[in-house]
Ligand binder design. Structure first.
Ligand SMILES: NC(=O)c1ccc[n+]([C@@H]2O[C@H](COP(=O)([O-])OP(=O)(O)OC[C@H]3O[C@@H](n4cnc5c(N)ncnc54)[C@H](OP(=O)(O)O)[C@@H]3O)[C@@H](O)[C@H]2O)c1
Length: 336
C-alpha cells in the first residue's frame, strides 16, 4: 500500500504502523483529500518500505505546515477555473496562497525573482491539482517589472480575476545603518509595485464588473515601529491603500482587502536580518487562508490571529507616542 510516492526530499525514518496511525491523528492529516491534495497539504508521507516490514516517513518538500481539511474545504472552489496572479510566490505566505488556490481549482500565474523555486512549485501544483500554472520571474524592485508581468499575461490571453500583491520585505536596524538602496527597493517592492500592478489590472476588472485584489499589509500597519520604520510605513501605506480602494471599487462588485499578519513562519525574518520579531508565530497556511476568507467575505481588511487583532486595536486606547516608545524598546538592536 502506498499513500504517497512522488518526488520527496528529506530524511527518512522507519516507523511502526501504530506509531504512524498516532502520527496521522496528531498531525491532522486528511487522507481523503481530492485533487491529489495529499501531495501538497500533508507535512509527511508514508509508504511501505521495499521489504513491506516497515513504513517510511519522509518530510514534505513544503516545510510550512498544513491546513486542516475543514479549513481548506471552506474556501475550495471560490476562484475555481479563474486565474490568480500571486507576487512573492517563491516562499512563505505566497507559496501558501498558491497551494490553497490550486487545491480549489484556481489557475495561477506565479512571480518572484527565484525562477527555480517558482518552476518547482508550478510543476508540483500542475501535477497534483491539475491546474494550469504559469511562471514569470521578475524583480519588483525594477520599476518596469509590473508592466512586464502585465504584458506576459496579455500575451498569454490570461484574464486575472484575483490579484494577490504579496511580495514584500523588511530590513531591521537603525535607519542610518541600513543601506540606502535597500530602503528604496523596499518602498519600490512594498508600495510602488503594489500600486502599479493594481492600476494595471483593475481597469479590466472594472470593465468586467468582477475581480478581487488582496494586498499584504501587516500588524506593523497600525503603529510606527522604530528600527523597522521604513518597513512599517510601507505597510501603513498598503493598509490604507487597500481600504480606500475597497470602498471605491464596491460599486463595481470588486472586492479589495488588506491582509494584516503578525509574526508568521516564513523567510521574512531571516531576510530582514532579525530572526523573530515576536515569539508567537502563525503558519503561512493559516495566514493565507485568513486573507482569502476575508476577501471572499468582502472585508476591506483583516488581522490574522486574535492576539494580533486585540493588540492592534487595543493600542488605540493608549497615546501614540507611548505605543511608539514601547515598540522602540522591543525592537531596539540588542533586545531579544
Ligand atoms: N512573515 C511575517 O512575519 C509577515 C508579517 C506581516 C506581513 N508580512 C508580509 O507578507 C508578505 C509575504 O512575506 P513572507 O512572510 O511570505 O516572506 P518571505 O517568505 O520572505 O517571502 C517574500 C516573497 O516576496 C518575494 N520578493 C521579495 N523581494 C522581491 C523582489 N524584489 N521582487 C520580487 N519578489 C520579491 C520573495 O521572492 P524572491 O526572493 O524569490 O524574489 C518571496 O517570494 C510580505 O509583503 C510581508 O511584508 C509578513
Amino acid at each position: 500500500m502506498v499513500l504517497q510516492l512522488s518526488g520527496r526530499v528529506g530524511t527518512e525514518h522507519h516507523l511502526s504502523l501504530p506509531r504512524i496511525l498516532a502520527q496521522l491523528l496528531q498531525e491532522r492529516i486528511d487522507l481523503a483529500g481530492g485533487c491529489g491534495h495529499g501531495d501538497l497539504t500533508l507535512p509527511v508521507v508514508y509508504q511501505v518500505a521495499p521489504t513491506g516490514s516497515a513504513w517510511t516517513r519522509q518530510k514534505n518538500i513544503f516545510p510550512e505546515g498544513i491546513l486542516s481539511h475543514q479549513e481548506k474545504s471552506s474556501l475550495s472552489g471560490k476562484w475555481f477555473g479563474k486565474w490568480a496572479l500571486i507576487t512573492g510566490a517563491s516562499a512563505g505566505i505566497g507559496v501558501a496562497f498558491a497551494k490553497e488556490l490550486a487545491s480549489g481549482g484556481t489557475k495561477l500565474v506565479l512571480t518572484a525573482r527565484r525562477k527555480d523555486r517558482l518552476e518547482e512549485l508550478a510543476r508540483r501544483l500542475t501535477a497534483t491539482c491539475k491546474v494550469s500554472v504559469e511562471v514569470f520571474p521578475a524583480d519588483l524592485a525594477d520599476p518596469s517589472a509590473p508592466e512586464k508581468i502585465f504584458a506576459f499575461t496579455k500575451e498569454k490571453g490570461i484574464e486575472i480575476d484575483l490579484l494577490i500583491n504579496n511580495a514584500g520585505f523588511g530590513q531591521y536596524g537603525e535607519f542610518t545603518a541600513v543601506e540606502k538602496q535597500r530602503l528604496l527597493d523596499m518602498v519600490q517592492v512594498n508600495c510602488h509595485a503594489v500600486v502599479h500592478l493594481t492600476r494595471l489590472y483593475l481597469p479590466e476588472m472594472v470593465a468586467r464588473r468582477r475581480g478581487d485584489v488582496l494586498i499584504l499589509a501587516s500588524t506593523a500597519s497600525f503603529q510606527a515601529v522604530p528600527y523597522i520604520s521604513t518597513y512599517a510605513a510601507t505597510k501603513v501605506f498598503d493598509l490604507l491603500f487597500a481600504e480606500g480602494l475597497a470602498e471605491e471599487m464596491k460599486p463595481y462588485g470588486i472586492r479589495v482587502c488588506a491582509l494584516c499578519p503578525g509574526s508568521t513562519e516564513s523567510e521574512f525574518h531571516a531576510v530582514s536580518g532579525k530572526e523573530k520579531f515576536q515569539r508567537r508565530v502563525e503558519t503561512a497556511e493559516k495566514v493565507a487562508h485568513t486573507g482569502l476568507k476575508a476577501l471572499a467575505a468582502g472585508k476591506s481588511y483583516v488581522i490574522s490571529g486574535l492576539g494580533n487583532y486585540l493588540g492592534a486595536h487595543g493600542e488605540r486606547l493608549v497615546p501614540r507616542r507611548f505605543v511608539t516608545r514601547i515598540a522602540g524598546k522591543m525592537f531596539k538592536p540588542g533586545n531579544k
